[in-house]
Design a protein around this ligand. Structure first.
Ligand code: PAF
Length: 293
């Protein structure tokens, strides 16, 4: 099989591995007058991703999903090597969810030898996650910019669980004049409130039992500040509670302006509560809006 040709698995999902083959598909769809949505992923697909694919299907006639575990967004001591990878299982889920194209490039297709360019979004990308994972958002912004320019979709869909990532992507798209509509999907949760994440698979049984307290805590912090409690006090109370139930290092419980991620001045400006904390070797993140009135 030539490198650029599409392979079609069950359910009509074609798989391509080169930018040239991706663009050929997109050109074909455009020639038929069809609109295109892209859903960037790192694979290990769960119901949260599948909800984004369903949302993408509402946004456009054709849905392309990219699967690329992006090395530039992992720090040297992070989980790049053990990040779950199962392309065949992911492709089956995508076919069942009605995606049309899987773009699964190899490393050198995205980062050919000699590549140097990086996309950095200061301020938004330096706060919170940026403090604890230096370089993370430069890796995300770089690969997302590349994926958008590779596929040139009408819309691209991202989950709200990675709220700061969503803000960084909206900023880079606006600042770099990339002609794409960014669409946000709701966070999908387990019945006990735990946000779905590929990294939940790392949790031991005891850790999995504790994990939902993360969401419960930020909901309480959000309700407290909505009813006038001082943001710092509410953050501290949230941090204490997480420590008491067994979270190890708590990177942050933060009440922030939902648009700038700076300090929140209170209503009518929308607020957001964001958290990152460790259970054993697993780092979990989550966020909720501050209820408004
Ligand atoms: O959210 C993710 O899975 C990744 O950060 C993304 C957007 C696919 C970029 O690698």
């Amino acid at each position: 099989m030539a490198a650029g040709r599409a392979m079609t698995g069950g359910g009509g999902l074609a798989t391509v591995r080169t930018v040239e083959a991706l663009r050929q598909h997109v050109r074909g769809w455009r020639g038929e007058g069809r609109s295109v949505a892209l859903v960037p992923t790192m694979g290990a697909l769960h119901e949260g991703h599948l909800s984004l694919i369903r949302l993408a299907r509402e946004q456009a006639d054709r849905v392309c999903v990219s699967l690329f575990v992006n090395p530039t967004q992992f720090g040297p001591n992070e989980d790049f090597d053990r990040y779950p990878r199962d392309e065949a299982a992911d492709a089956a889920k995508l076919a069942a969810a009605g995606a049309h194209l899987l773009f699964a490039p190899g490393l050198s297709e995205v980062y050919p030898p000699g590549h140097l360019a990086r996309v950095h979004v200061p301020v938004l990308g330096d706060a919170l996650e940026g403090t604890f994972r230096p370089g993370f958002f430069t890796g995300v912004a770089t690969v997302v910019t590349k994926l958008l320019l590779m596929a040139l979709p009408d819309a691209a869909v991202f989950g709200s669980k990675d709220y700061q990532q969503l803000l960084v992507i909206r900023r880079l798209v606006a600042d770099l004049d990339i002609p794409v509509r960014i669409v946000a999907g709701e966070t999908v949760r387990e019945a006990d409130g735990l946000a779905l994440s590929s990294r939940n698979a790392y949790l031991a049984e005891t850790e999995r039992r504790i994990a939902p307290v993360l969401h419960a805590t930020i909901v309480d912090v959000a309700e407290a500040v909505a009813t006038g409690r001082n943001a710092r006090e509410a953050e501290n109370a949230g941090t204490r509670r997480l420590g008491e139930v067994g979270f190890g290092k708590i990177d942050y419980v933060a009440v922030r302006d939902a648009e700038t991620l700076g300090d929140w001045d209170g209503p009518p400006q929308p607020g957001r509560v964001l958290v990152a904390a460790w259970l054993g070797r697993t780092r979990l993140i989550d966020n909720v809006p501050v209820p408004s009135g």
